[in-house]
Design a protein around this ligand. Structure first.
Ligand code: ADP
Ligand code: DAR
Length: 348
């Protein structure tokens, strides 16, 4: 009989969704449950318990976690995504269905466009519970598939545990090198055995990257300078299609693509532009109002927890689950069109 831990009273001061929904009753109901990978409630909530400033505070170890701990995950997923237990997810990666002419053909506002999806392999524990050998095998198998890509997507794989200093400096210079995860990911067990089993693939043109075993097993990324959002999406869709012929991804018709953090479930897609909005940056309420209307997330340009600098923002879709990939990119595109229109009006 596993020792039942006490209720985490540290949550009392937290505003996370974990603190909001982990009532004593839910805790008592789930505290002795375990998934086939040995993942317990204590594992799932550790990040939010150790980091009371978390927004969410929970991570999954496998598709089964979302079922075994549904009494906690379901209300969090509904609150964050508006996706109820009976709701279904649908995928659409057909770039023909996207209506996204370049919102900034002169390059006055948009510095760069990046669209990423997270993917995890079916039948393998997520990063929170995977063991070292399983993670190393993913790095070997996925890098071998990627190194077999030809044409625009052909490129080179760099293992974080044995790359040359020259390669490291080159990847740092391109802002491609990812570091060990932040304290939230550390507490979730996602940094274990770092840097073993981690690596980066990028194509020769540096417009296609795959991060292996960062927060998820794959982060598939298409990016380029400027605002040709449709081209970035088309390249990503092509790469995902090529990978899907070789690899089976964890997917359910309720939650879409399965990810370690529930915020990324569904499309697991974040489509972003780095955009210069000097006038709107002085009118934060207007900026927030437009973001609300178009389901946008506003970040700084140096990653998830960074703040805006010099009027340059990372603007991306906020919705990920219960809508298609085309809709995610359409959300971002249409929101960016509205932001540029307002920026131009304020400049008059
Ligand atoms: P994600 O969860 O999508 O990986 P992050 O905000 O952590 O998002 O960004 C990861 C990295 O990608 C950061 O170094 C960030 O600066 C970079 N990045 C994100 N969006 C863009 C963009 N549109 N253009 C260039 N770099 C970007
Ligand atoms: N910081 C954690 C995770 C939030 C979502 N971001 C991810 N998955 N990178 C939190 O609970 O706030």
């Amino acid at each position: 009989m596993t020792q039942v831990p006490p209720y985490p009273t540290q949550l009392a001061g937290s505003s996370s969704l974990l603190a909001k929904y982990l009532t004593k009753d839910i805790f008592d109901k789930l505290c002795d449950k375990t998934t086939a990978n040995g993942y317990t409630l204590a594992h799932a909530i550790n990040s939010g318990v150790q980091n009371p400033d978390s927004g969410i505070g929970v991570y999954a170890a496998d598709e089964e976690s979302y079922d075994v701990f549904a009494a906690l995950f379901d209300p969090i997923i509904y609150k964050y995504h508006g996706h109820a237990k009976e709701d279904k997810h649908q995928s659409d990666l057909n770039s023909v269905n996207l209506k996204a002419p370049n919102p900034d053909p002169t390059g006055k506002y948009i510095l760069s466009t990046r669209i990423r999806v997270a993917r995890n392999l079916r039948g393998v524990p997520l990063g929170t519970a995977i063991d070292k050998d399983q993670r190393d095998k993913i790095a070997r198998d996925i890098s071998a598939v990627l190194c077999g890509f030809t044409g625009e997507l052909s490129g080179t794989y760099y293992s974080l545990s044995n790359m040359s200093e020259a390669d490291r400096l080159s990847l740092v210079g391109d802002h491609f090198l990812f570091k060990a995860g932040d304290r939230y990911l550390e507490s979730a067990g996602l940094n274990r055995h770092w840097p073993h089993g981690r690596g980066i693939f990028h194509n020769t043109d540096k417009t296609f990257l795959v991060w292996i075993n960062e927060e998820d097993q794959l982060r598939i990324i298409s990016m380029q300078s400027g605002g040709d959002i449709a081209r970035v999406f088309e390249r990503l869709a092509t790469a995902i299609d090529m990978l899907s012929t070789k690899v089976q991804f964890a997917y359910s018709d309720h939650l879409g693509y399965i990810t370690s953090c529930p915020t990324n479930l569904g499309t697991a897609m974040r489509a972003s532009v780095h955009i210069r909005l000097p006038n709107l940056s002085k009118k934060s309420q207007e900026l927030e109002a437009i973001a609300q209307i178009y389901h946008l997330q506003i970040r700084g340009i140096h990653g998830e927890h960074s703040s805006c600098q010099d009027g340059v923002y990372d603007i991306s879709n906020k919705r990920r689950l219960g809508i298609t990939e085309v809709r995610c990119v359409q959300d971002m595109h249409d929101g960016v069109v509205a932001l540029i229109k307002r920026e131009q009006e304020l400049a008059l």
